[in-house]
Design a protein around this ligand. Structure first.
Ligand code: G3H
Ligand code: 13P
Ligand code: ZN
Length: 304
């Protein structure tokens, strides 16, 4: 059966990565699904705790319809912070969960992650853990050398917590402002993690590229986003094709894409009041962004 484990194993063997795309409503999800359907591609559709709260009971209904539209979609809880939210997601029917104990001490992180693994594995659900810290806009990476994943600690963590995949920190961060200096990743750390873990599935968060054209559209239509930057596409290609990164997470690029289209269309058509016109355009942009990522970064059809 082509479950998520099948794709993780295949991603390691054939040197590709699955896209994990966050959604928070109908249009984002439709954009992702249309792209996957068009390219006959598997993907992870990810929901954060706050997106789950936002969409409420619609989450599962939408995801189930999405799965009927195209094969190879997996519903994943992104950055679950407690056992209870992971349990809730599993009870709701998620295919995999992330327990993010990265703010805790390693022993506390192991204890929490192991608890989720015990519960999830007995129900056939995969668990992603996180070690090292993948920061957001408010955090200054340069002042915190110890936020990168320590390779020896990664081996210890995976062995004790029994996770199915591990989110690692090698210089990416969440949001639209990722680098204050050079846009680069610590592939040396990734090499060392891989030396310790062998062919274990690894996950890259904070992987949006932050499209300059979309930022310009936002700023030319009333927005004010200054000094935004993302992970260069070629570095993501290296992560997907030359390393054991099996899952690459994108949220901000989709948000920026929708925002750009909505701002542009509303600015151009001052009398427009039909949400289908501007949200529909956002939906098309999401589809386009996901298709480009699948083709340029994640995989080619013959790798699947
Ligand atoms: O990794 C974090 C995601 O971008 C989710 O963010 O909690 O605002 O939905 P959110
Ligand atoms: P971005 O903010 O770079 O899109 O990262 C998304 C992410 O890691 C979701 O877990
Ligand atoms: Zn993340």
């Amino acid at each position: 059966m082509k479950d998520l484990k099948y794709y993780y194993d295949k991603a390691i063997k054939n040197h590709f990565a699955l896209g994990a795309f966050n959604f928070c409503g109908l249009e984002t999800l439709q954009g992702i699904v249309n792209a996957c359907k068009n390219l006959n591609s598997p993907a992870i559709i990810a929901v954060s705790e706050s997106a789950l709260n936002y969409m409420g009971n619609y989450t599962i209904a939408l995801a189930n319809i999405a799965k009927q539209e195209t094969d190879g979609l997996f519903l994943h809880l992104d950055h679950g912070k407690s056992f209870d939210i992971c349990k809730k997601a599993i009870e709701l029917g998620f295919d995999s969960v992330m327990i993010d104990g990265s703010d805790l001490s390693i022993e506390e992180n192991i204890e929490l992650t192991k608890q989720v693994c015990d519960y999830a594995h007995s129900r056939g659900i995969l668990v992603e853990g996180e070690l090292g810290q993948i920061k957001g806009i408010e955090d200054d990476i340069s002042k915190q050398k110890d936020i990168y994943t320590n390779p020896d600690a990664a081996l210890y963590f995976v062995d004790k917590a029994k996770v199915d995949s591990l989110a690692i920190s090698i210089g990416t961060s969440h949001g639209a402002y990722k680098f204050s200096g050079e846009q680069t990743l610590r592939f040396d750390i990734l090499d060392n993690i891989e030396k310790r873990l062998g062919t274990f599935p690894l996950v890259l968060h904070g992987a949006s590229t932050i499209n300059k054209n979309c930022i310009d559209i936002i700023n030319n239509n009333g927005g004010n986003i200054v000094n935004a930057n993302g992970v260069p596409e070629n570095l993501l290609q290296i992560a997907a094709r030359e390393h054991n990164i099996v899952k690459i997470n994108t949220d901000s690029d989709l948000r920026i894409g929708i925002t750009a289209m909505v701002r542009k269309i509303l600015a151009e058509s001052k009398d427009l009041i039909d949400p289908r016109k501007y949200l529909g355009s956002g939906r098309e942009k999401v589809q386009n962004i996901v298709e480009e990522k699948i083709k340029n970064i994640l995989y080619s059809a013959n790798q699947l």
